[in-house]
Design a protein around this ligand. Structure first.
Ligand code: NAP
Length: 309
């Protein structure tokens, strides 16, 4: 069993309360490691913002909020200590690592970074101006505001197509604006979207401008092949053009996009620092892979704390 040192507050600090961090917390507590989980906003990370999850084993279909609540019950059951604060920097060059937050400093011998990603913002005229007034990065939160209206979803990945399907519950029409002639999303999502009479995909198209007065009233698109511009009247724009990792606060080896590079034990380039979930450079970004990363990171961290590694 890991020996808790008197001179420090925790043996392990986990940064991030999404599926990876919570799983790491469950495994760490079951290994009787003194553990603190620090989360910026709320338990579940981005999970509660997902309408329906259909590929997490054991649940043919489960709401993101429901799955998140189940994870929360589980971490409470194992007695995981959770602190709400934003991490600003980590001092990782000594045996005792210091995590600085906007609400105090915490020390530990090992750290698991599971801070996930944030949405990439659309960078066109009007995109910033109309946030909250027709432009949204969360269909689950804002979709119901667009009942019987026309909206556009920007992007062609899993998030864009999933959320376009969700938006059809309320909206009268959903345009999917995609910059290529093929979607990146899972085939099953593509089938559902392309067979949905409320969804129309505008292929080879990028947004050039968002128009409106008090709220969004339309968008200008450019066809990337013909260079033709067209105007579409609509009421809302939902942006799903990918993500950037929340990793700016830690100085470890990263890929060119800022995702943390680990080995298959989730070890980073810094001694005693592990990474798990969407903030790590890997092949597949899913709840199921985040959970696997979290379990592995906790297991490897335990070995590190016991001096086995
Ligand atoms: P993503 O897979 O990176 O897709 C981003 C989409 O936006 C792509 O179609 C991309 O086009 C397009 N795009 C990127 N930059 C753009 C720009 N500046 N203007 C217009 N379009 C732009 O992001 P995601 O959909 O958020 O998914 C992130 C990860 O989470 C993925 O690994 C995904 O599989 C996973 N995920 C899984 C599920 C699930 O249920 N299985 C749900 C959500 C997310 P191109 O295709 O041309 O690059």
């Amino acid at each position: 069993m890991v020996k808790v040192q008197d001179s420090m507050k925790y043996d392990l600090i986990i940064l991030g309360g999404g599926p990876a961090g919570l799983t790491a917390g469950i495994y760490a507590r079951r290994a009787r490691i003194s553990t603190l989980l620090i989360e910026k906003i709320g338990i579940g990370g981005k999970l509660p913002l997902i309408d329906i999850i259909e590929n997490y084993p054991g649940f043919i279909e489960i709401g993101g909020m429901d799955l998140s609540q189940k994870f929360e019950e589980h971490v409470k059951n194992v007695g995981l200590e959770v602190k709400y604060a934003e991490v600003t920097s980590i001092k990782a060059d000594a045996d005792i690592k210091t995590v600085k937050t906007n609400d105090g400093e915490y020390e530990s011998r090992a750290i698991i970074i599971a801070t996930g990603v944030k949405s990439l913002e659309l960078d066109v005229k009007g995109a910033k101006e109309f946030i909250g007034r027709g432009i949204s990065y969360c269909a689950t939160c804002d979709g119901p505001l667009f009942a019987n209206r026309t909206v556009a979803v920007i992007g062609g990945g899993d998030s864009a197509i999933k959320e376009a399907i969700f938006l059809t519950k309320n909206a009268a029409k959903v345009y999917v604006v995609h910059r290529r002639d093929a979607l990146r999303a899972e085939k099953i999502l593509q089938e559902k979207a392309l067979n949905n009479p409320k969804i129309k995909v505008l292929w080879n198209s990028v947004v050039r401008e968002i128009h409106g007065d008090r709220t969004v009233s339309g968008i200008t698109l450019e066809n990337v092949k013909t260079k033709e511009h067209r105007h579409i009247n609509l009421d809302g724009v939902f942006v799903y053009i990918g993500n950037v990792p929340n990793t700016g606060f830690i100085d470890v080896k990263k890929d060119p996009s800022g995702y943390i590079i680990t080995d298959n034990g989730m070890r980073t380039s810094a001694d005693g620092i592990f990474a798990a979930g969407d903030c790590r450079s890997k092949m597949l970004y899913q709840v199921s892979t985040a959970v696997g990363d979290g379990a592995t990171a906790a297991f490897t961290a335990e070995q590190y704390l016991e001096g086995v590694l």
